[in-house]
Design a protein around this ligand. Structure first.
Ligand code: HEM
Length: 153
């Protein structure tokens, strides 16, 4: 041992660090996605034009701009890098995961758009509808984790 890493070991380590970073930002993204519709539910229970409503608008904006939007970008960049390194696109589980992550990203976009309209006073969805939509990230996460860990196909 002369203390220097050979190229193969260095690449293996890089892959592991990228995978760790991918999982870290997945957690940040999904945690934020669990919170956002919940914030919208409380927001819609406040009186229009009240100080309380203004506080929810600020909290929602911070959650979107500081947590979920930067996280989704990093999850995608790191995930696509992993797919490139491992040639995952040749495998069935990855196609299914990719389709689900694509839909989840669409849900993210819808929720961000909903929040911007909500901040302008448009309360389009009922509290019940938001509560049902709030289940989407949890269900998607369960299926995605099974796909990447168990790889049933
Ligand atoms: C945004 C697009 C995404 C892409 C392109 C992507 C791609 C990948 C790839 C190629 C791997 C490497 C698997 C390997 O080591 O062979 C991976 C690992 C992983 N991904 Fe993603 N991913 C994405 C989003 C997500 C999301 C949203 C979740 C969870 C909700 C997730 C959870 C995981 C987990 C838990 C692992 C580690 C699995 C293991 O130990 O091998 N990923 N991802």
């Amino acid at each position: 041992m002369n203390g220097s890493l050979d190229l193969g070991t260095a690449l293996d380590l890089t892959y592991l660090w990228i995978k760790a970073a991918h999982i870290i930002f997945v957690i940040f993204w999904i945690a934020g996605m669990f919170m956002l519709p919940r914030f919208y539910i409380y927001h819609q229970e406040s009186t229009p034009g009240s100080v309380e409503e203004q506080r929810w608008i600020e909290r929602e904006k911070k959650l979107r701009n500081i947590i979920i939007t930067p996280s989704i970008v990093l999850v995608w960049v790191l995930g696509l890098t992993l797919a490139y390194i491992t040639e995952a696109w040749t495998q069935g589980w990855f196609h299914a995961k990719f389709a689900l992550v694509f839909l989840l990203s669409g849900y993210h976009g819808y929720m961000v758009g909903y929040g911007k309209k909500l901040a302008k006073g448009e309360r389009k969805a009922s509290g019940k509808a938001l509560r049902i939509m709030n289940e989407v990230p949890g269900i998607a996460t369960a299926i995605i984790v099974i796909l990447v860990v168990v790889r049933p196909f």
